[in-house]
Structures are given as C-alpha cells and as structure tokens.
Write a protein that binds this ligand. Sequence first.
Ligand SMILES: NC(=O)c1ccc[n+]([C@@H]2O[C@H](COP(=O)([O-])OP(=O)(O)OC[C@H]3O[C@@H](n4cnc5c(N)ncnc54)[C@H](OP(=O)(O)O)[C@@H]3O)[C@@H](O)[C@H]2O)c1
Length: 242
Amino acid sequence: MGFIGFGKVSKNLVEMIKSEEIMFVTSAENRSSETVENIRKSDVRILDTFKDVAIQSDILISANSPKNALNIAREYGKYAKGIYLDLNNISPDTAHEINEHADNLVDGAIIGKIDSPNPTLLISGENADDLLFLSDFIKTVKISDRIGDASILKMLRSTYTKTLSALLIESHEIAKIHNLEEEFFDVLSLTEGKDFREKSLSRINNTLKSSKRKSEELEEIISYFNENELIMVKAALKKLNQ
Ligand SMILES: NC(=O)c1ccc[n+]([C@@H]2O[C@H](COP(=O)([O-])OP(=O)(O)OC[C@H]3O[C@@H](n4cnc5c(N)ncnc54)[C@H](OP(=O)(O)O)[C@@H]3O)[C@@H](O)[C@H]2O)c1
C-alpha cells in the first residue's frame, strides 16, 4: 500500500491498518520537514520517488490536498497498475477528471475527521469491492459502482451540516439577545437529544473559527449543484459572509 502525501490521513491509516500482510511505502521526495518527521515516526518504507511508490503499490492512496489531487493523478496515475484510491476532499467533477488518468480509480471520502473515534470511509467505483477488506480496520461502506458518488455524498453531507450551522448561529444569536441561551439549548435538547448543546456549540465555534473556508466550501457546493435551487444554502452563504 503506497501513499502520495503523508499527513494526518496517511499517518492515521497506517496506525489503523494493522496487518502482517500489508506493507506500507511512501516517499519523502520534495516534502516538508513536518511530513518527513511523520514518515520517520511511522512504520513505512521510504522509496526514492513517488513514481517508484506508484509503480510498486497494489493500492496507491492519494491523500495530499484538494488542490493537488488532479495534478498528482496526472503525474502518477499512469504508473499505478493496481487500485488508485483518492481520499482528497474533491468535487465529483474532479473525481471524474482523475478517472481519466488512473485505470482503476476508487473514489473515496472520509466522513468525520480521520482521528475522530469512528471515521467512516465511503467508496465508489467499479473496483470498490477490492477495498472492502479495509472494513477490518476502518468502517468502510461501498456506495455504488459509479465514480463520483462517494464525493457527491460527502458534498451533500456538507450541504446539510454547513447550512444547519448557519441556522444554529442565527438562532443562538437571537436566544442570547433575549437572555435565553441556556433555555434555548434545554428546549432543543428535549427533541434533538441530550448532547445537542455540546454538539451545537462545537459546530458554532468551528464555523465561526473557519468561516472563510466554510464559505468557500458552500460556494463550491452551489457551483456543483448549479441546476438545483439551493435557497437554503445560498442563505447560509450570505449569513457566513456577514
Ligand atoms: N484530515 C482529515 O480528517 C481528512 C478528512 C477527510 C478528507 N481529508 C482529505 O485528505 C487529504 C489529506 O488530508 P491530511 O489531513 O492528511 O492533510 P495534511 O495533514 O495537510 O497532509 C498533506 C500531505 O500531503 C503532502 N503533499 C502535498 N502536496 C503534495 C505533492 N504534490 N506530492 C506529494 N505529497 C504532497 C504534504 O506534504 P508537505 O508537508 O511536504 O506539503 C503532506 O504530507 C486532503 O485532501 C483532505 O481534504 C482529510
């Protein structure tokens, strides 16, 4: 199993996938000191180049950044004769473009942070069945045989959670103005569950902390689903931009 990119995702996958039968490889070619340190601390063999990694891997994992994912597929996809699993947060359109450069692409989407207690890996594509063995190490769900479906689902999840966060911020602001913040959470917890307050506050804080990135993600969603009306998502974007 080879990695192009050795940050949080790759490091955690190596820790999760504990099997005598799987050997991990990556390269430190042109990488930062932080990545070199991640590689050094992990149980992974270092090859000279990413081209070597692509050639030698039965499963090549691209986990670098949404911006680089397509270029990496252009550069190394042709050397990957096994499965090419893309785990970057890319749009379904980019997944289709990557499919032009990698023979056996599996579209992958990690739901939740990779270092959260129970991340789930969604996979789609005709070769997805070959990766179902990963369930032994990380919850893995095959969505369909179509490239792009895993990415669409991840995007739909963001559509819901990010729009909901904007609504939460707005309601919470009003509750505070009326001096009813505690009661607001108590009343919603009656129907939404005991951990509603904690989850909502964490969602509100995360959204406010990275509102620029969240706005950009909402813009991407609006652009991808441009044939749909998306009244709520556009309102959420307006709210986040304030
Ligand atoms: N973290 C999560 O929980 C999570 C969840 C879902 C999806 N994802 C997606 O998974 C991907 C990886 O996330 P991450 O959290 O692991 O990111 P990260 O911690 O920032 O690590 C990115 C890694 O990719 C390397 N890299 C960047 N450009 C490269 C290139 N051109 N060639 C080779 N290596 C390159 C970086 O090396 P340098 O340090 O040298 O730049 C670094 O080792 C992202 O696309 C992200 O959207 C992450």
